[in-house]
Design a protein around this ligand. Structure first.
Ligand code: TPP
Ligand code: SF4
Ligand code: MG
Length: 300
């Protein structure tokens, strides 16, 4: 039986009154982590919006057990948590919850090291496509053309492809997810707990504050990323890719919404040109072509 919203536990791990902005995608993602893993999750969190919104003792905004760490140590600390849990026979899941900066840039060395050692850890990259906590600076996950406070005229480089980089580490499980599709994310998290070794999940997380859209539109913007084919939901088990059901229709290019529908809803793409749209379309086609080759799936 497929999982439905009614099957999910009611216990709350994200508490009211926390310091997140309205419409924050990180609190949404954490809520789903709570639903998927419950009290088994031990979160290792480097600096970022989550470490701020969790608050200071005794005013906690999150009720997970959390270890706050320096960027460069997150996956090394989680490797230690995994070893302790094995030695003590605890039924716990070592989870790194890190932003795109903490994952793809500042924390990448220990992420790559822990993946190469195949530590029994789940690394979740909550990707809001910039360093939001310190004032919306660009990261390697900021897409081509996007405004940030360090790319005033739009970023000139494309988004670094982290899921493909993690697949090439040869780890047992890589998946992409979106805060607009909670059941898909929860199922992937639960599957990850059943697999021994290093698991990487990249969660697309539109941020109203940094992307310049109304806080009531977070889920809509996240959904548009899927419907335009810009963000693709998939799983890769030992490198073999399966496109997830919500993304499957968009393997067919003609079913994708125009990319401009996604861009025009966000102030960070205010200066977008036709040339940029064409370049993004080219990137999307190329990425889909590669994923479909890896999946050996026929275009429907
Ligand atoms: C080694 C180091 N460099 C820089 C900082 C400052 N810093 C704190 S949070 C942050 C940005 C984090 O961005 P991201 O990981 O994307 O998380 P977000 O705030 O977007 O959730 C930076 C640069 C730091 N704490 N440590
Ligand atoms: S800046 Fe974005 S990610 Fe950070 S707390 Fe605000 S809405 Fe959430
Ligand atoms: Mg970020």
């Amino acid at each position: 039986m497929p999982l439905t919203i009614r099957d999910l536990p009611k216990e709350k791990y994200v508490l009211p009154g926390n310091a997140a902005c309205p419409g924050c995608p990180e609190t949404m993602g954490l809520r789903y982590v709570g639903m998927a893993l419950g009290h088994r999750a031990i979160l290792v969190i480097p600096a970022g919006c989550t470490s701020i919104l969790q608050g200071l003792m005794p005013g906690n905004g999150l009720s997970f057990p959390i270890i706050n760490v320096a960027f460069a140590s997150a996956d090394a600390v989680a490797s230690g948590v995994a070893a302790a849990k094995r030695l003590l026979g605890e039924d716990a899941v070592a989870v790194v919850w890190a932003g795109d900066g903490g994952t793809a840039d500042i924390g990448f060395a220990t992420l790559s090291g822990a993946a190469e050692r195949d530590e029994d850890v789940i690394h979740i990259c909550v990707d809001n496509e910039a360093y939001m906590n310190t004032g919306i600076q660009r990261s390697s996950q900021t897409p081509l053309g996007a405004w940030t406070t360090t790319t005033w005229r739009g970023k000139r480089e494309p988004k670094k492809n982290m899921p493909l980089i993690m697949i090439s580490h040869g780890i047992p499980y890589v998946a992409t997810a979106s805060i607009a599709y909670p059941i898909d994310f929860i199922e992937k998290l639960r599957k990850a707990t059943s697999i021994r070794g290093f698991k990487y999940i990249h969660l697309h997380a539109p941020c109203p504050t940094g992307w310049r859209f109304d806080p009531s539109e977070t889920v809509e913007i996240a959904r548009l990323a899927i419907e335009t084919g810009l963000w693709v939901l998939f799983e890769a088990e030992r490198g073999r890719v399966t496109i997830s059901p919500f993304s499957r229709p968009y393997a067919d290019r003609s079913r994708r919404k125009p990319i401009v529908e996604y861009l025009k809803r966000q102030g960070r793409f205010r200066e977008v040109t036709d040339e940029l749209v064409r370049e993004l379309e080219r990137e999307v086609d190329e990425y889909w072509g590669l994923l479909l080759k890896l999946s050996e799936q026929k275009v429907q």
